[in-house]
Design a protein. Sequence first.
Lengths: 742, 469
Amino acid sequence: MQIYKFYLEQIKIVIYLQSYSDSIKIMKIKITLFIAVLFCQSSFAQQDSIASKEKLSEVVVTGQLEPQSIKKSVFNVRVISKEDIKQLAANNLSDVLNQYLNITVQNSGSDGRSTVSMFGLDSQYFKILVDNIPLVSDTGMGTNVDLTQVNLDDVERIEIIEGSMGVTHGANAVSGILNIITKKGGPHKWDISATVQEETVGNEYSLSDKGRHIQSAKVGHNFNDNWFINVGGNHNNFEGFYDDKQGKDYSVNDGLRGYSWLPKEQWVGNATLGYQKTNFKIFYKFDYYGENVDYYSPIAIPQDNYPFPETYFSRDKRYLTNRFYHHLNANGKLFSKLNYNVSMSHQKQERDAELFDYQLETKEESNNNRFTYQSKEVLYSTGTLSNFFNNKKVDFQLGYEITNENGFYSGAAGTFLDNVLQSVDVRKRLENYDIFTVAEISLSDKFSIRPGLRYSIQTAFKDQYASSLGVRYLFKKGLEARASLGKSYRTPNFDELYTYFVDSNHNVQGNANLVPENSTSYEVSFKRLCNFKSGAQVANNVAVTFLDVDDRIDMVLTQITPSKYKYININKYKMWNISTTEQFAYKNWNLKIGAALVGISQKLDLAELNITSDDKYLYSIQLNSSVSYNIPKWNTLFALYYKYNGQQQQFAAGTDGNGNAEFYLNEIKPYSWMDASVRKNFFNNQFEVTVGARNLFNVTDVQITQGGGGSTGGAHGGGVSAMMLGYGRSYFLKLTYNLNFN
Amino acid sequence: MKKNFALILSFVLLAFTACNSDDDQHSDVAVAFAEASYNLTNDATPVQIKFSKAAPVAGTITLDITETAVAYNTDYTTSPAGASKKVVVPFAQGATSVEFTFNKIKNATGTEVKNVVFTISGTSLGAQISGNKTIQLNFNEAASLGTALAAEVGGPLQPNQVYVDLSSGKMTTAIRNSWDLGFYSGTDFRVVLNSSVKMAAKQLTTINIDEVQVADETMIISQGTGIASQIDDPTGDITKTTIAAVSATDADNKVYLLYLGNKPAATAPVLGKEGAVGGDARGWKKIRVLRSGSDYKVQYADIAATTHEEIVISKNSAYNFTFLSLIDKKVVNVEPQKNQWDINFTTFTNIIPGATPTPYFYPDFVNSNLNGNAKAYQVLTSAFTYDAFTLANVDNTKFTADQRNIGSNWRGTSVTGADGIPVSQFVLRTDRFFVIKDPAGNVYKLRFTGGAKADLERGHPTFQYALLK
């Protein structure tokens, strides 16, 4: 027990062993349900007018040769609409993704970040793009993005493709990709709006130092038919969640000082300038993001003041993040035939840490020391050329992607020490030069095949390649079938490559010879859209996915005496998932129901300790649904979102009473998310008022039962720990003023 | 209108004057004697009174005098002079401390108990009186009433062992890397290892010191490695050393293979970490210890050597041990006399109990002088506050025979952060203090007031203690 504690002090080896599960019995019932739902509709299906069809049909761009209707897409593209974002009063990505099937948002109380986890794989495996180019984060290019740092003010829609998308989106698109499509121009000559949003944080709220306060404004202007501009700004002040913590001025040394969720203040400014003419479009987008996260240490340090009583101070810190994003995109036709699309981007995100001493009696800061904690600067360009043939049956796309990343980790951001235990900074440049090609062959109106290949020349790793194959078939009566195979890879991160801590007591090393983890995903999906004479629409979607990630990197004991820990490619991960969504639209009702069953198998290998985890599939269930009802007479829309996350299980390594390594099954208790809102428009839609509640089930931490819950389990004696999920039931009020004129 | 104006004006003025009286910060200042007691050695002794912050105005401090077997003018005087058992000490504006002089005229003789106690009874600026409200000046040698000390263990590498004598407030420093073996001065013939550098000893089957030996890496004490039976019992029980009692029969005294552990690191580690064992290995030796009358005879050599050296070590009953450096081949001074220290700041090789007990190295350790009969126990502030704890609260049954009763209990190295992930940082445990009985029977309460500097550099322990009455 004590060894374990001291060990944690010295090296933060946090071994996350993840997998999820539920019982097989439920699985069987679900499969029956899926099948029933998919086929019960066919006899009622009838064609209807085009206007109503568009309700449930959208144009998508992600992974496409050119923008096309979601129906024609070979990939199974999921869309989060502007309506959803509005109805959830979402300010940033973490506000919407909690409702998405197969995604869990993970929050950290030590650095204030919220990241995505999909199919139990963390944010290093999931790529976030803005207008089709990856978004820089503290440590990644599209990956490891803090969801709260992605503002949704200027977003038109969000497209998500699950599965390995290495051919079109390169490295780290393992579990899926999320592409944010921003607004370009607007429907009027002037579109002006201003918003004020006040939220409680759980049951905590005050105008000055509790709750969440958001102000934003945006202007869209079309100068003429060719030129447009969008400008926006947003200020989001999250004052932190105290919970049982006592804030920053608490001076008792009992671990209660600080916040449960760190206070975070964010500023966003963006501008898009665009020009369009027949066969030519160009836009330049600039985006600034600034953030201030305050961390108040739970430790109050006494200052000896003999003969007087001690005074106290704390070693606190704040993280200051700045992100600058430039994106220039041009697309159009070359020689009035070839379609080209070229993007150039420079992005930089820098996270500074400012350490300071906070004197608890005087509430003054001193010894402020600001330094760059992590930074990433990227020069990026991607381009495609397509439409080589006059033949409509064959389309062919040729593309390139160049990434030049300059990453920096200060010695404080990881365990990077030299031989005399001095902390060293790590600065590395990673470059990759990729070419890819995709062909889309329409054998008939109904049948399309889409093979693809990418070759990536890497400066830091072995060259990588990815391949994909997609098939789409449109059956009669609106039934669409798709099958796809995709490959991708995850490149090792700085911790995995450069960690170094060697002294007489420890030997913990990163590994510069790691190879990227590689993934393969398979998906088969069916979709059906039925339109009824009554105007009702029903859309179903059933997808079965299999994902395999091999050579997963983990830190393991590679030598017992004396002990040596090293990152190596060792573990295996397999996941299969069956999911369905049903969508009904009738008159003023809109109903969506989804369900997913995920089975995850992980083979965790403890190397020299000579044990591996049971790689049986552990199942879990997720359900989501949303209902909205529009009352046109009142200009009012009611919406309710619900998501159920079933019990999840995962094997985690621990030690038994004799100090031997052992795997224990941890369980994460089930929990539910429910958000509800009412939106009403006044004065010819000039005023928009949204009132709602988030997290109606009042979820805060969810319990993780360790080692089967018995006292026999593990070094922690089968304890219970908690995972930060939410900060309890919160309420919001959002007021928007729109001014649109020509 | 004019009336209203006058009314408003008077409110404004009232507000201003109210503010002024808020600004009056006289009551923020606290005064206290710098020490609680002092044994007079010189004829003239300056006595210091401290201010918690600079005095906002000039003024005076009034001290009451309580005498024990002494009289003003006969045995002592003060400057400024006292009258009717009072001394008034003036101070200037901006003063952070003020002194008066105590002049001793007549020494104490024999077993005479003579002292003067000064008590701060008031100040001209209405300052708070906190901390040492009194000071006792002893004409005779008397146990300290308590003070605040900083043990110079030497920063994050903790190169020093610091022996503290509470009753005299004296600290003795030894370099922990300077010795290897301690030879017990009591009736038993026992040899202890230097636990502060992670030494281990393994008994060999041979009695021939000149037999060539090889290093045994299983003896190395590292993260989770090492063999618990190869180090001395961490309680400090002299009958449980890993090296068997030295027999009067030479043939019973086996050769031992010694792993000498590690030096402190050569350079300081990252701020906030400790580097007490980060240094080079100290190598291997073989030894054989024999009796030579009432002395020890030590045969020792490098493990590959076929010859050996010999040194005779005599017992000195004033000390617990006589210390030998095998590397420097000589006897070295480490501990003060056995009745002149109570606690020892040192690094320490402890044993983690369990199915397979394992040696484990601790920086920031505090041992009590068990062989000299100083013992300690811990009190949680949930049971008694430090200030309220008196001699009547002492539970003598808790003074157990374990030198580790303070141990590493006074500090932690991490606390649980907001989301359950430990924050790794030196943490002083402010929820506890310790009770220590010294070899002379004085009982002190002791609390730690720090272990790291403001910039988190470790290895700077500070503590306060007070004699229990």
